[in-house]
Design a protein around this ligand. Structure first.
Ligand SMILES: [Zn+2]
Length: 300
């Protein structure tokens, strides 16, 4: 039985006038309100709290950010509110699909470069690993983070490794990038490939096919970056069509193994004549394909 895709968003996610990473969620929410996608429903999440964040990040760093003195944006109360709200979006999406199956999303971004004790590359707290950690504490045994942002998820790799050092395992990463930023060495739990436009879709297809025993995965968290796109910060040849094929491939693969999946926003940048609204339209493709694959026939 298919269910609607819950999309978690609150205006608290957004810091007005901030760079694209935390400003674009509002643009996408507007787009989704103006012309809603069948099979989706918008939900306002409760925020994350300090305990959620320190489950993977250094306490001192977390407190600095929550007191308005750290993170990847100018320090004030609004930024602490924003990062707790958007991390809350990921947590509620994770809880929803673990309970009900299916697919949910959060209009959160700025996640995969965040390290244990510092922000990096516009990312303050790593919502991917915080979400995966929550899934483990709710009983999941195996969580896959699939990262298709243009850049490598070095923060995620570091945090998964630190959890494993504390005997908290069960989180793994598959990462296909088009840039070497935040690159890392492959390990048993994190596989990175850096490719050009011509091998892009084929590499993703192979990476998914190589995942051993996929039906044993309890949750997929998908970092759906739009910055591989040729106009949004990526490489020539990755077009709207390629992005749509990518999203279809990811959701169809997950659905074929009946895996619960959560998507979040990631990179994707405006510039020149390519506006913030154009970036939001790219992210809308993720929402459309997730609803087409996961919510077909569902009623809101
Ligand atoms: Zn990126």
């Amino acid at each position: 039985m298919n269910q609607p895709v819950s999309i978690f968003y609150s205006d608290d996610f957004v810091v007005e006038g901030a760079f694209d990473t935390i400003g674009k969620a509002h643009e996408l929410a507007k787009l989704l309100n103006e012309s809603p996608i069948t099979g989706t429903t918008m939900v306002s999440p409760s925020p994350a709290n300090r305990a959620d964040i320190v489950s993977v990040h250094d306490e001192h760093y977390v407190d600095e950010v929550l007191n308005g003195h750290g993170g990847q944006f100018s320090g004030d109360d609004e930024s602490a509110t924003s990062v707790l709200a958007s991390t809350g979006g990921v947590l509620r999406a994770v809880e929803t699909v673990l309970e009900n199956g299916g697919c949910a999303g959060s209009l959160s971004s700025g996640l995969h470069h965040a390290k244990h004790d510092r922000g990096s590359g516009y990312c303050t707290f790593n919502g991917l690993v915080i979400g995966a950690r929550r899934a483990l504490s709710l009983g999941a045994k195996r969580v896959l983070i699939l990262d298709l942002d243009a850049h490598c998820g070095g923060g995620t790799k570091e945090l998964i490794g630190l959890l494993r050092d504390q005997n908290i395992d069960g989180i793994e990463q598959v990462d296909v990038s088009v840039s070497s930023f935040d690159q890392y060495h492959n390990s048993s739990f994190a596989q990175l490939k850096i490719v050009g436009a011509s091998e892009y879709l084929g590499t993703i297809e192979n990476s998914l096919a190589e995942i051993v025993d996929p039906q044993s995965i309890d949750l997929v968290i998908y970092n759906a970056g739009m910055d591989p796109h040729e106009k949004a910060g990526g490489v020539t040849g990755i077009t709207d069509r390629v992005i749509r094929q990518r999203e279809a491939m990811v959701f169809e693969w997950a659905k074929s193994h009946e895996l619960p999946i959560v998507w979040v926003l990631a990179g994707g940048y405006s510039g020149g004549s390519f506006t913030k609204r154009d970036v939001a339209k790219l992210h809308r493709i993720t929402v459309e394909e997730s609803a087409r694959v996961y919510a077909e026939g569902a009623t809101n």
